[in-house]
Write a new protein. Structure first.
Length: 203
């Protein structure tokens, strides 16, 4: 079994090896090797180093403030953002937080580091809005059911199963493998097609 919730809370902040600022764990990137030693860099310091290595002196790191987006059922979701310059691309990540850890809805968009980060951010927000305008699960007489014939979601680690089977995140909601199997039984005898996509792909 992994860490309990209380243990997780105690380790929520980590100091950056470079600027010494204590940042949330999700903003830390572990760098290094056994020979050169390990360093924990905050997103901003990591991006500054990447930009220097890649000769991108014009790259400007931006810290985006959280944004609240309401889904098609009127429920508000607070998205936090992270920017990672991993050459030759720049990734913008959006995620909800639970107990200080990324959870729920998560999105990613990849762009060119020379392009305007604000424009990329705008595209990410559009992507979130599109995703939140659809619900794939609905509550029916048998509990939570598949609303239509397409389900989009994310494959996640299930702490309770020690990673033996996935936990799915559909509509920003955690669904166990067993729950999902139960939902599929409504379609007994039907066929299905499973397509696996990169995190940044449009699903
Ligand atoms: Zn730092």
């Amino acid at each position: 079994m992994g860490m309990s919730r209380t243990e997780r809370k105690k380790t929520q902040g980590t100091p950056c090896s470079n600027c010494r600022k204590i940042v949330p764990n999700y903003d830390i990137i572990n760098l290094g090797s056994i020979e050169s030693g390990y360093r924990k860099l905050c997103g901003q310091c990591f991006n500054a180093e990447s930009a220097k290595l890649g000769g991108l002196d014009k790259f400007e790191h931006l810290n985006f403030e959280p944004v609240r987006i309401v889904d098609c059922e009127g429920q508000a979701h607070d998205f936090h953002f992270g920017t990672h310059l991993f050459l030759p691309g720049v990734a913008l990540n959006a995620f909800e937080l639970r107990d200080g850890e990324p959870a729920g809805y998560q999105f990613q968009i990849i762009g060119d580091p020379e392009e305007d980060l604000l424009a990329l951010f705008g595209r990410l927000v559009e992507k979130i809005r599109r995703a939140l305008s659809i619900k794939h699960l609905k509550r029916g007489s048998l509990g939570l059911q598949i609303a239509d014939q397409v389900v989009r979601g994310r494959i996640d680690w299930d702490q309770d199963e020690d990673g033996r089977v996935p936990r799915l995140v559909i509509d920003g909601r955690e669904i166990t493998w067993d729950q999902f199997g139960h939902m599929l039984m409504t379609f007994e005898g039907w066929q299905f097609k499973l397509e696996i996509l990169d995190k940044s792909d449009e699903s």
